[in-house]
Design a protein around this ligand. Structure first.
Ligand code: ATP
Ligand code: MG
Length: 565
């Protein structure tokens, strides 16, 4: 790193880490990313991943991957596998440090027994409703139930029975014995264990009780000697509880720091809601290109760099915020603009016949692959008597400022000739069926001796050489900025977030006409379709038919809006 390089300002967590290293509080930092394997990772998780792995990288520390798999009712191995794939794809590496909260079940159980022996935990036979009732409200203290003062021996024996499967799910819980009057509800004798007889994706039938997240999380951090345990703001009120457990057990004092979640408009970032979208069939799976999951974004054509850059730009604070989805689009455009080869694909084809072009003649036109990339090279495109252009590039009654085709007007066909529209024919329904045009032989691109100036340049493909491809055009998944806006309203005003699904979020163009150079592209290949946007080859592609997803259009509304501000 050069000495003169301007230092980026530190975010508040980096400041803490730096101080802790300078003061000698820690010799090396240890972080972790702790996903629950109950769904796919979404763009919000990308922030937590970049932050945790990023700090470890920046300060020469380590970052673990730990699956918080404490709930067998919701967790699956396939989620574990996809989470790993997504983190790797983003560009981060946990090396051999792959852990599971379920690896700590025995240790957690032993610690619970320790707390029972100290009189700090008890088995409660009350129903969930009774427990809630006796907990009080934020303004009213709770009161002890009939089981709070059970003897240590009775608690130990009941807890063991719970573990062995002697009792029905829901019949008993283990609670910490803390303070039923504490202003922080999380300290009013929180649950530590519940009885669940469902097999776990890793421990199978070994356990009939499962630790609550709040009981497992802090101790898992301690076991991994996590120095800075970073999580989103909603866990701030849980922190005193984590600290109480650690203190009672005399464990490594992990310290938790909270930051604000990343949110975007026009989408939802809660796994519970994303799961509904998948399970109720509103999208085609977790990796549907409309989903804000990392797998969805990858399939949509988002690059790891574009996501990391976006996360950098958003920064790390404690302020709640909702980002404009256009911000994400800005960063993928910026990335692809540099790397994506330009190609010509006609989405809504209109046939053009060049009447002064010999029937069987084909000329190869040389076209630059990417004007933004000096090393990008060029390719040739065959030009013949019959071509396709976009239907929208012709108007029968064109206004003066329409710099495309209309009878008597001229445009340049990109990389080829200046073409003049001489006439058109309509089909029986009155639609334009074909344009008759002429080309000017003096105007070949790069060898133009005509001195002609035309205002419009349009893309085209040779009809004889074009390849039929399917193009999937995506729009926002929701039509409301905040699809959850009416979730908590009363009566008729109450609306589920699905009410705001955008019915036009996917439009399929079945027979777009692509230039022949696209015949042999591979899944994941990314291109700029000239004048249309950025596109990526979808895994649904087969030898018979290529399928492209539109990643993002070319227009950059975010940059424009920002300029205005
Ligand atoms: P969701 O509400 O989507 O289910 P979660 O918090 O339950 O998210 P976890 O798998 O428990 O999902 O999250 C793993 C880590 O990612 C946690 O540390 C959590 O704080 C963080 N995280 C989750 N969502 C976001 C977000 N939108 N922005 C930043 N960090 C997030
Ligand atoms: Mg969670």
């Amino acid at each position: 790193m050069s000495e003169t390089k301007e230092k980026e300002p530190l975010n508040f967590i980096e400041e803490i880490v730096q101080q802790d290293l300078e003061s000698g509080k820690h010799q090396q930092v240890q972080l972790r990313f702790p996903p629950e394997p109950n769904g796919f990772l979404h763009i919000g998780h990308a922030k937590a991943i970049c932050l945790n792995f990023g700090i470890a990288e920046k300060y020469g520390g380590k970052c673990n991957l730990r699956f918080d798999d404490t709930n067998p009712l919701k967790e699956e191995t396939r989620y574990v596998e996809n989470i790993k794939k997504d983190i790797q794809w983003l560009g981060f590496d946990w090396e051999e440090r792959e852990y599971f909260a379920s690896d700590y079940f025995q240790q957690l159980y032993d610690w619970a027994v320790e707390l029972i022996k100290k009189g700090k935990a008890y088995v409660d036979d009350s129903t969930a409703e009774e427990i809630a009732q006796l907990k009080g409200t934020p303004t009213q203290p709770g009161s002890p139930g009939p089981y709070r003062d059970r003897s240590v021996e009775e608690n130990l024996s009941l807890f063991e029975g719970m573990k062995n499967g002697d009792y029905e799910p829901g019949s008993r819980v283990l609670r910490a014995k803390i303070d039923l009057a504490n202003p922080n509800m999380h300290l009013r004798d929180p649950l530590m264990y519940r009885i669940i007889h469902t097999p776990h994706h890793r421990t199978g039938d070994a356990w009939k009780i499962y630790p609550m997240y709040d009981w497992a999380h802090g101790q898992s951090d301690s076991l991994e000697t996590v120095t800075h345990s970073l999580c989103s703001l909603e866990f701030e009120v849980h922190r005193p509880l984590y600290e109480w457990f650690i203190e009672q057990l005399g464990l490594f004092p992990s310290r938790q720091y909270e930051f604000s979640r990343l949110n975007f408009n026009y989408t939802v970032l809660s796994k519970r809601k994303l799961r509904r979208l998948v399970e109720e069939g509103h999208v085609n799976g977790w990796d549907d290109p409309r989903m804000p999951t990392l797998s969805g974004l990858r399939r949509r054509g988002y690059t790891p760099a574009s996501i990391r850059n976006m996360v950098d730009r958003v920064g790390v604070t404690k302020q709640e915020n909702i980002q404009d989805i256009a911000l994400l689009e800005y960063f993928i455009r910026e990335d692809l603009n540099k790397t994506a080869p330009r190609v010509m694909v006609v989405l809504d084809p209109l046939k053009v016949v060049i009447t002064n072009w010999p029937e069987d003649k084909v000329e190869d036109m040389e076209v630059i692959n990417n004007p933004e990339d000096p090393e990008g090279g060029s390719r040739t495109m065959p030009f013949g008597r019959e071509l396709y252009i976009e239907r929208t590039d012709f108007l029968e009654d064109a206004p003066k400022k329409f710099f495309r085709l209309s009878v008597g007007r001229e445009v340049r066909f990109k990389g080829a000739y200046i073409i003049k529209c001489e006439g058109f024919t309509k089909d029986a329904d009155g639609n334009i069926a074909e344009l008759q045009c002429t080309y000017d032989p003096e105007t070949r691109s790069g060898q133009d001796t005509s001195g002609k100036k035309v205002k419009g340049t349009i893309h085209w493909v040779s009809a004889a050489h074009a390849k039929d491809v399917e193009v999937r055009m995506y729009d926002r998944l929701f039509s409301a900025e905040d699809p959850t806006q009416d979730e908590n309203k009363e009566g008729d005003e109450q609306k589920d977030f699905l009410y705001y699904l955008n019915p036009d979020s996917l439009t399929v163009v079945e027979h777009a006409k692509a230039e022949p150079s696209l015949a042999n592209v591979e899944t994941g290949g990314q291109f700029q379709f000239m004048r249309k946007g950025y596109f990526v080859v979808d895994p649904d592609s087969s030898a018979e038919k290529l399928v492209f997803n539109r990643t993002v259009g070319l227009r950059d509304s975010w940059a424009k809006k920002n300029k205005k501000k």
